[in-house]
Ligand binder design. Structure first.
Ligand code: AHM
Ligand code: MG
Length: 337
């Protein structure tokens, strides 16, 4: 579709190409847009309305919650639970899955979200984002169970994120490529500005938290070591490094100019009994869907993320995603080891 159309028009036109579409999914996406616009406005006001800093509580993962983690989670829940398009919700910030209150009608979709990813950065005014993943609920399902939510990434109907940066952008896939929209605050609409986003297969830019280097496994050590050796090393070219510590910003950069992002398994996590840093259902699966749809690749180092059989709502996994050639190389190093 041409640049300049609104996201509302874009999804209505997309729906017209789907036989038997009832418009329920289109309506759900519109509800999500509204929620993201509300979040954009809160994040934008920040210290002006006293919503920065810690809330003094911990989430299910034992992480300190920011005030904005709670505010943005409430915005998602309040904007989506009454609309009749969802059968249930799950959030990184809520221990249990959320049933739709009995007074509201049920829809045929499930949503999983991280309302404000990268929120540990919020006080320093670095880009943060909302990540969401939409699944189908089993037919006629009024009270979805945990099992209903634990679907593989390949089952996603839609995945997207909203990036609250210098501009607010929404990036979306419904399995037909990836498109990026920018919020035009003058008219309150997301406008198609980045149609058909694709990740270059090759890159010379990597993103990893280098402070964890001494804990990494051998294949990751080898990969980064070769990058750092640059022109004189086995790769024969110089690499650049970026680490925003905000996955949405990181994935957005990769969609824009290529690159590889890694939050690999390491010894420190293993010692604590952790299985990774990032959450499969709220972060890894939706981002993998977007990255694959943009021609990139996403894996744990050992297997494709979207093929993983989920075992828990808050399950954590290692993540390696981005430009195909580099991600494949990291996967090969793991297999060789
Ligand atoms: P969050 O969901 O609590 O914000 O944590 C996820 C974030 C990612 O956005 C980012 O890639 C990573 O954690 C940063 O980790 P680190 O603090 O080790 O740099
Ligand atoms: Mg997160």
């Amino acid at each position: 579709m041409e640049k300049g159309v609104s996201l509302t028009q874009f999804i209505i036109e997309e729906q017209r190409h789907i036989q038997g579409a009832t418009g329920e999914f289109t309506s759900l996406l519109n509800d999500i847009l509204t929620a993201c616009k509300k979040i954009a406005s809160e994040v934008d006001q920040g210290p002006l309305i006293g919503i920065m800093g810690s809330a003094g509580s911990e989430n299910v993962q034992g992480e300190t919650q920011k005030k904005l983690d709670i505010i943005t989670n409430d915005i998602m829940v309040d904007s989506l639970q009454w609309t009749g398009h969802l059968a249930g919700m799950a959030s990184e910030e809520m221990e249990e899955l959320l049933q739709i209150p009995p007074e509201y009608p049920r829809g045929k979709y499930l949503i999983l979200f991280d309302p404000l990813d990268g929120s540990s950065n919020i006080d320093v005014n670095v880009s943060v984002g909302t990540i969401f993943s939409i699944l189908r609920a089993p037919e006629g399902c009024d009270h979805p169970t945990l099992e209903d939510f634990l679907q593989k990434g390949t089952e996603q109907v839609c995945a997207g994120y909203t990036l609250y940066g210098p501009t607010t952008m929404l990036v979306l896939t419904t399995g037909n490529g990836v498109n990026g929209f920018t919020l035009d605050r003058r008219i309150g609409e997301f406008i198609l500005t980045n149609p058909d986003m694709t990740i270059p297969e090759e890159t010379t830019e990597f993103a990893i938290n280098m402070s964890n280097q001494r804990f990494w496994e051998a294949p990751v050590q080898r990969y980064i070591d070769e990058c750092l050796k640059g022109k004189e090393g086995p790769r024969g070219k110089d690499f650049n490094m970026r680490w925003v510590a905000s996955m949405v910003a990181e994935v957005h950069r990769i969609l824009t100019r290529g690159g590889i992002f890694m939050y690999p398994m390491d010894e420190k996590m293993r010692a604590k009994g952790a299985t990774g840093k990032l959450r499969l259902m709220y972060e890894a699966n939706p981002m993998s869907y977007i990255v694959e749809q943009a021609g990139g690749m996403s894996c744990t180092g050992r297997e494709r993320i979207m093929d993983m059989e989920p075992t828990g709502l808050h399950q954590r996994v290692p993540v390696v995603l981005g430009s195909k050639e580099e991600v494949q190389r990291v996967m090969d190093y793991h297999n060789e080891a």
